[in-house]
Every structure is written in C-alpha cells, then in structure tokens.
Design a protein around this ligand. Sequence first.
Ligand SMILES: Cc1cc2nc3c(=O)[nH]c(=O)nc-3n(C[C@H](O)[C@H](O)[C@H](O)COP(=O)(O)OP(=O)(O)OC[C@H]3O[C@@H](n4cnc5c(N)ncnc54)[C@H](O)[C@@H]3O)c2cc1C
Ligand SMILES: Cc1cc2nc3c(=O)[nH]c(=O)nc-3n(C[C@H](O)[C@H](O)[C@H](O)COP(=O)(O)O)c2cc1C
Length: 598
Amino acid sequence: MLLKELSSLASPLSQGQVDKLKQLTSELSAVQLAWVSGYLAATANAGQLAPVADAQTAQTVTILYGSQTGNGRGIAKALADKAQAQGYAVNLASMGEYNVRQLKQETVLLLVVSTHGEGEAPDDAIELHKFLASKRAPKLDNLHYSVLALGDSSYEFFCQTGKDFNARLAALGAKSLLPLIECDVDYEAAAGQWHADVLEAVKPLIQTSSASVVSIGTAKVSAESEFTKQNPYSAEVLVSQKITGRGSDRDVRHVEIDLGDSGLSYQAGDALGVWFSNDEALVGEILTALSLSADEQVVVGAEPLTLKQALVDKKELTQLYPGLVKAWAELSGNEVLLALSEDKEQVRQFILKHQLADLITLYPLATPVTLNATKLLELLRPLTPRLYSIASSQSEVETEVHLTVALVEDERHGAARFGGASHFLASAQEGTQVKVYVESNKHFRLPENPETPVIMIGPGTGVAPFRAFMQERVAQGIQGDSWLFFGNPHFEQDFLYQTEWQQYLKNGDLSRIDVAFSRDQAHKIYVQHRIKEQGQALWQWLQNGAHLYICGDAERMAKDVHQALIEVAVEVGGLNSEAAEAYFETLRSDKRYQKDVY
Ligand SMILES: Cc1cc2nc3c(=O)[nH]c(=O)nc-3n(C[C@H](O)[C@H](O)[C@H](O)COP(=O)(O)OP(=O)(O)OC[C@H]3O[C@@H](n4cnc5c(N)ncnc54)[C@H](O)[C@@H]3O)c2cc1C
Ligand SMILES: Cc1cc2nc3c(=O)[nH]c(=O)nc-3n(C[C@H](O)[C@H](O)[C@H](O)COP(=O)(O)O)c2cc1C
C-alpha cells in the first residue's frame, strides 16, 4: 500500500502516527524500506518489537542482479529463496533499483550479472557499473562479496561485465568469498553449485535465526506467473504465415499463439520465451553420419529417453560453441580444425557459419575413432529457449500473443541449414504445441504520459514491438504523436505489416512513417539515412520530450542508428560530439532512449 494512501483508507493508525511514519519512511532508501517492512511484519508476529539494537546489527545478505533477458534475475531469485530458507535476512534487488549510497553499509553482497552488446553491461547494471568504476566509489573494506557472471563463450568479451564488477569490488578493498564464477549459456549446474558454495561461505559471517527478517522487497519480479522458463506453458500455434513476398530473399513469419486459459499476461515491450524441438530430419542426418541408433536408450538428467528424443528435445544442434569445436578437433585429429580451434577469432567466425551436422560432415571421425551416444550427449549443450519481441497487445488480442519471426536459413556445403527455433516456428502447423513463457522487459516501455511523443526505429523484425505499441496506444486512445522508421530490402516484398501502418496513418493513430527500402535503388538506403534526412524534425521531437526506441539488429543497425542520432545532435542541435554522446546518455538514464536489440 502506498503511504500517501494511508490516511485516506480505514487504517488503525491515528493521523499523528501516519505523519510520523511518513516522515520516517521518506528518509529511507528502497532497500531500507523493504527491510523495515519485513522487520515490522516479523516482530508483529512475535507480539513485541525486537530490540532496535538487534535490528540494527542484524546482518543482511544483499543479492543484486543485472539482467537483460531474465536469466540472471532467475538465478538471483532462486538464491534469495534458498538463503531465506536457510534463515538469512535477504535483500533482493535489481541493480537498477539499488541505491548506490547503500553500498558502504553492506557487509555481504552477492552479485549476478550478465553481459550484453559487445561486452557491455545490461541496462539495469549500467549505473552501478559506472559508479563502481568512478572516483565516487567508496572504500569497501567491510564488504564480503561474490560475483556470478553470465555470458556466452561465442562472444569476444565473455562475461566481461561480471569480470569488471569482480575486479572493481576487489580494488575497492572488498573481500572475495569465492573466485569469480563465469557461466556460459548452459549455466544451470554452475549456478546451482554457486548457490550452495556461496551460502556455505557466508555462514561464518552472518548469524541466521528463525526470527531473522527476510525482506525480498524492492525487486518484485514483475508479472509473476506460475509459467516460467523452467515451467513453460504448453500453448497452441494458431497461425504461422509468411509475410514477405514470393520474390523476397527473406522468409519472415507472422506467428499467432493461443495462450488459452493459462492466465499468462504481458505488456507491450515484453518478449516471449519459446522452447522448440529440433528438426527430425536434422537429427536423422546426425545419427546416420555417426552410425548411431535412434532407438538407443539414454538418460538426460534423470529422464530416460531414446537417443532421437534426446536430440530432438534436449540438446542444441543448431548452435555450435567453442568448447565443442575444440572437442571435435581433438576427436577427429584433423590438423586444419585443430589449428582453427586454437584461434579464438577464427572459432567465432566458424561458429557463425557452421552447425554440428557440418562439423561431422567436414571433419569426419577417422576409424577406429567412434562416438557413442553417451559421449555425444556429453559434448552437446542443453537446448535453450529463444526470445522473440512480442508483436501484439493484450488490449487488442486478449489471450493471443503474436510474433514476427525471421527464419534463419543458409545453404552450407550444399545442405540447407536452419536456425532451431525460427525453423520450428516457421514450420508449425495450426495446433502445433509450443512451450512458452513471458519475459518481461521493463526497459522497453511506452511513456507513462500518453501525450509524450514516441519515435520508434524498427527495421526488419525490429518492427515487432512497435506493432504491440501501436495496438496498445489505440486501445488506450492515446493521442500523443508517434513516428515510425521502418526499413527492409524491397518495398514490394518486405514491407512487414504494410496495410496496418497505412491504416494507423489514415486514422491519425500514427503521425509519421519514414521507410528505407535498401535495395530499391542503385545505392543502399537504410533507416539511419532517413534519420539523418529528417534530422531537423527529429531533433525538434526530442526537444519536445519524445521517447526514442530502437529494436532489431544489434550487430550493425543499432550502432549505425546511434551514430546517425549523434550526427543529428551535432549538425542540427549544435552540440560537439562529446556533448552529443552525453545528451543521449542522459536520455538513456531518463528512460527516454530504450533499446531492444539482438
Ligand atoms: C530480446 C530478444 C528479442 C528478439 N526478438 C526477435 C524477433 O522479434 N524476431 C526474430 O526473428 N528474432 C528475434 N530475436 C532473435 C531470436 O531470439 C533468435 O536468436 C533467432 O530467431 C535465431 O534463433 P534460431 O534458433 O532460429 O537460430 P539458432 O539455432 O540460434 O542459430 C542457428 C545458426 O544460425 C546462425 N545465426 C544465428 N542468428 C543468425 C542471424 N540472425 N542471421 C544469420 N545467422 C544466424 C548461428 O551462428 C547458428 O549457426 C530476439 C532475440 C532477443 C535476445
Ligand atoms: C544481444 C546479445 C549480446 C550479448 N553479448 C554478450 C557478450 O558480449 N559477452 C558475453 O559473454 N555474453 C553476451 N551475451 C550472452 C548473455 O550474457 C547471456 O545470454 C546471458 O545468459 C543473459 O543473461 P540475462 O538474461 O540475465 O541478461 C549476449 C546476449 C545477447 C542477446
């Protein structure tokens, strides 16, 4: 309940008590508030207030997470639950909600943080990351800490943000409880081990007691549902329809999924997590190439399965990782692959263009080396779900969820190769079961004030969340200005949701649209060129308080668009390039410049 509502509700407090409470709580940070609320609840049950001295000295394990796509948040939440079960007082918070001034008071700090972009901090960790690297960071001699870093070893800067946090905390005098834990995409086992180890390491530092206050307060995981990544909802595909033209060299699907009576809810800006099954033909190809039997009985986790089922539903077949390339090089003894596997950059490039099936074909195992089913399963990583920006609003589609999915396809050495999840969704028939969960993204939200103008930059499948934004704005009757930048290769073939945008324009729901069809003329035109062309107007919109959104390709588009925005700030806004960077940095920290890039 909000404090300001206290006096207007039938509360057991007198007006004087309400005033005192207001005065006290106005001075508290979010973490302190959460602590006090748990403290009061616990002591209320005991019948009398615990001595304040106890309360002040009661030590708390603070668990902070920096997480873009939910993995770190899940690990942190599970750790908080385990710590709570062991009797520890716990504060769990997103780094984005954490008051950095609180750091000096902490005695035990456990961090879970992923890495995004190219070795960059996830959105909610940016401020704390910057603060710790700055001169303002305090000495932390009284602090014990441990960091679990999440990452993906296919990226050049593996677990970089976690490494940064670990190094900075040490440099500030904090004492490490455990060596840095670096986790790859198959992080579950390592995270579970860290939970056990770190809680053991904390034991001598903190007394647990059954009366200890537990306040998992500041960071309520939003829109909690019984359906999660680990426990997804089995939904039904309603439609998977190609929305690029016959002549297009891209296959983009509009996918509609029925959430039935799951009760799953989402907001415009959220993503859908999709578990998929690998293509049976691909599994057949791998089994044949390795002379393994589809029906062989194996165990994955504790689950008995046939080898075929295990490969279809439990293991990554379409994404390679550096460890697998190395292991295969050693197994095959192939000199070329062995040399390649020693060179990080070559491995990264190789992974982008090859899958397991290619590895087996190009570098076959020389007799007498063979691979049995158990060894094969050991080499492969567990299947991980993929995220897709939600392209619908529940205000419009109720229990459905829509996605815009680009089929990842390539021809490699004469064989058609597909991305695992996009192929599954593109091939889905009406009624196909698909396991899904909602991944909330509070860093990609429409402005609270409906009058605030929005500028949406979403070429390719990046347009998906803007379809959700528009549906939501129309359902809410929002009148504020809106501007879409869209781009793709050809107007005729690749104008995703063309008629919908035209209708929004006609009805006045969308104020402007600027399109860039890169290959419809001799020279390439992309959204960043349109942004430059419209620099005057765009700058004016920003001066009028517009919120700016970018969605889609992280590798090139988002960087080029950012550069174009800087140039607009310099050429139209009259800033020098440093001031222009600072301007967009301020927009970002004011939540007026939000990105959903992948
Ligand atoms: C927050 C978020 C939102 C996303 N939203 C969308 C969305 O709205 N629409 C959408 O289509 N995708 C979206 N993605 C990307 C999506 O999650 C998948 O990464 C993508 O569909 C590829 O997965 P896959 O299983 O089909 O391919 P994988 O099995 O992961 O990849 C197969 C092979 O293709 C290569 N590869 C992977 N991606 C590409 C690529 N883009 N181009 C060429 N080769 C590639 C890999 O190197 C690998 O060898 C989003 C990602 C994130 C993190
Ligand atoms: C767009 C994108 C960029 C990424 N960049 C990196 C990177 O530079 N280094 C790295 O180690 N991992 C990188 N990752 C992998 C994530 O860190 C990994 O998926 C992690 O489990 C995500 O955790 P989170 O869901 O808590 O954010 C990237 C992932 C995405 C989607």
